[in-house]
Structure formats: C-alpha cells, structure tokens
Design a protein around this ligand. Structure first.
Ligand SMILES: *Cc1c(COP(=O)(O)O)cnc(C)c1O
Length: 379
C-alpha cells in the first residue's frame, strides 16, 4: 500500500507534471514574474468557470477576505457576524480592520453558520455577515441572503474551502458558491481544493463598481500610476502561481469528483455505525466538495483515536480544536457559553480523515477498518 498522506500533493503533481513544468518554464523564459499574461488569463478562466463577472487575484485567502471588507467601506465599530467554528483567518481580518467580530454558533449537522443564531445576533450596528462554506459544503445561502436583504447587510462569502461547489436554490436554479454574496474570497493554499504551489488567493464579485475599487486596493490604492486615491495594500498573485492554477483549474471538476468518490467510500464503510457520525450532506450532490471529510465520534475518546491512527501510519486532523470565542485574541465579555453549545461539543468530537484526489480503495479500506476496530474496542 502507498503511504497514506493527509493531502497527496506529490501524487497529484506527477500526473500533470509535463504541463505544469512547461508553463512554469514559460514564465521563467519571459521573466514576467509579476503581472505576467498568466495572471490575466487565470482571471478570465476563473470568471468563466465560476460564472462570475469579476475575479480579482491576490496574494492569499486571508488578504482576499481583508481586501473584500476594505472594499465595502465598513467603519471601525461596525459589527460583522461570522461563525465560531472556522479557521481563525475569518475573524482575524475583521478584528484587524477594527471592525467588531460577532461570533455565533453553527449548525450541528452541516457545521455551517446557524441561521437562527445570525438573526439573534443582529443589532443596529451590524453591517455584514461572513458565512464560511466549511469543509467544502455550501452554507445556507438562500436564508442568509434573505436576512441580509431584510436588514440591509453585506454578505462576504469565505469560500476558501469550497471552490467548485454548487448551491441549489429552492426553485432549483444553481450557482457556484462564491458568486452569491456581494463579494467572496478564496484561497489557493496548496492543500485547498484548487491549490497552487505557494500562496495565492482571489476575490469574486458581480458588482462592477466594487470590482474596480478592489483592483485599486490590491495595488496600493492606485487607479492611475502613482496616483493613490485610497489606502491600499500590496497583494498580488504571482505569474508562476497563476501558470500552475491555469493548468489545475482545468482539472478542478475531476479533482472534486475524486474527493466525492473517496467521501462516498468512507460513508459506505461507516454506514450505520452507532458511534461514528459521517458528514451530513445537505441538498444536492454538488453542494459539497469535501475539502475535509470530518466525522463526529460519539462516546469515544477522540484524542486517543487520533493517537491510534497516527501510530498506524494514518495522518488525521482536528479542525478545529478550540472554538474561536475561547481564543485569547477573540474573547469578548458579551459571549455567553450557552450560546455556543454546538461548537463547544464539536471541538471534542470532530476528526478529519485523509482527503485528497489520490486516495485509493486499499488506503480507504485500511483507514476505515482501523477507525472502526478502535471505536468498537473503545466505546
Ligand atoms: C485557508 C483558509 C483561509 C485563508 O487562506 P490563506 O490563503 O491561507 O490565507 C481563510 N478562511 C478559511 C476558512 C480557510 O480555510
């Protein structure tokens, strides 16, 4: 059996090596390392793949979120509602811009932001909601957009984990996630569903005026060379990363299909187990692109399971072990523990198994039987 990895970047690379290497050497040959033609090409390719009017490439997913918020002219003290159960980047940029993060609980089945909790958290100071499509599954965008409309709020989708997922509205129409809110961000960190070979990110929007503004913000606030109209940042996707992404974007659908296939095999092996809860899938099959395959284990010592898997050569992850509202940097006297019962429970039960495009049946069989044997003996 091949060594099991959490993410098999090398196996994936080997299959596209010739193409990717040639595209990287082309950048080296032309020395257009910054803003080379590959960047514009990738922007256009991603716009057409997503069906969104504007893609603004930038340096990473955290910058993408920050710049999206800068473009919305939020003011210090404005409240921004987001999920307690996500990667810290989401809340970090809110705090960094001196906005007030308002963390709320998540849904116990989908792990995504709880719509009722959003409603409860809205105050006259609320200006925006940041849903995160966690682990690859779309948040409940129809309900979130409805709340936003009723309260005149912006919606900024953190789409770092779900690129390629498709949201289905109740009338059956579909849209790629990241094209539904007023603006969205994504990350091309190597292990993400569409990963480059370094850092990268992008912002998406259908709003032409906002897109124009964001293009200036990523480039030192310049709309005309050496005229700085707004305070900006320096955040670029470099040409080599764009070249890699141009090749990988053509494989994204098959990459996500491979993840789905692995998720289906995991689901089948764990089906009906009384102590193992497989990921709940909401709506249609394309709603989830399995950035992570995350189980909940019940009446089992999760940390002992992690240790056992590691000892058997199976890497795994606990995303996320601490709720954001309990992190030193993001504590707030207004938070009450009874408002975070779901997150507080999830951090004890979740475990993410290896998930990538190169998993084979033999590996999945070994992983699932190792998990089941341990759980059967220790529950
Ligand atoms: C990865 C990630 C980010 C940040 O992306 P970087 O490119 O690493 O800056 C933001 N939000 C979520 C939910 C993520 O998973």
């Amino acid at each position: 059996m091949k060594n099991i990895q959490m993410v098999d970047l090398k196996g994936q690379y080997q299959k596209i090596k010739d193409h990717v290497d040639a595209s990287i050497f082309q950048v080296l040959d032309t020395t257009a390392y910054i803003n080379g033609p590959q960047v514009h090409e990738f922007q256009k390719n991603l716009e057409s793949y997503l069906g969104v009017k504007h893609v603004i490439p930038c340096a990473n997913g955290t910058d993408a979120l920050q710049i999206a918020m800068m473009g919305l002219d939020l003011k210090p003290g404005d409240e921004v509602i987001t999920a307690d159960f996500t990667f810290a980047a989401t809340v970090e940029v809110i705090a960094l811009l001196q906005l007030t993060p308002v963390l709320v609980d998540v849904d116990p089945k989908t792990f995504n932001i709880d719509v009722e909790a959003i409603k409860k958290a809205i105050t006259p100071k609320t200006k925006a909601i940041v849903p995160v499509h966690l682990f690859g599954q779309c948040a409940n965008m129809e309900a979130i957009m409805g709340i936003a409309k009723a309260h005149n709020l912006y919606v900024i989708e953190d789409n770092a984990q779900a690129i390629g997922a498709t949201y289905t509205y109740s009338d059956g129409t579909k849209a790629k996630v990241g094209t539904i809110g007023h603006v969205a961000s994504t990350s091309f960190f190597p292990s993400k569903n569409l990963g480059c070979y370094g850092d990268g990110g992008a912002i998406f929007t259908n709003d032409g005026a906002l897109a124009h503004k964001l293009r200036g913000i990523v480039n030192h606030g310049m709309y005309e060379r050496y005229h700085h109209d707004v305070v900006g940042v320096n955040s670029r996707l470099d040409s080599i990363q764009a070249a890699v992404l141009n090749t990988k974007l053509t494989h994204l659908e098959s990459y996500n299909a491979a993840r789905l296939k692995a998720a289906n095999a995991y689901d089948k092996a764990f089906e009906g187990h009384e102590h193992i809860v497989t990921p709940f899938r909401e709506g249609s099959v394309d709603n989830h692109v399995f950035h992570q395959y995350t189980l909940k284990v019940k009446e089992v010592n999760r940390d002992a399971l992690v240790k056992h898997l590691n000892e058997n050569g199976i890497p795994c992850g606990v995303y996320y072990p601490i709720p954001l509202h309990l992190q030193k940097a993001y504590k707030d006297v207004r938070y009450k523990e009874e408002d975070f019962t779901v997150t507080n429970q999830l951090v004890k039960e979740v475990i993410s198994l290896p998930m990538h495009t190169e998993l084979d049946e033999e590996q999945i069989e070994f992983i699932t039987s190792t998990v089941i044997n341990f759980v059967n003996k220790n529950s």
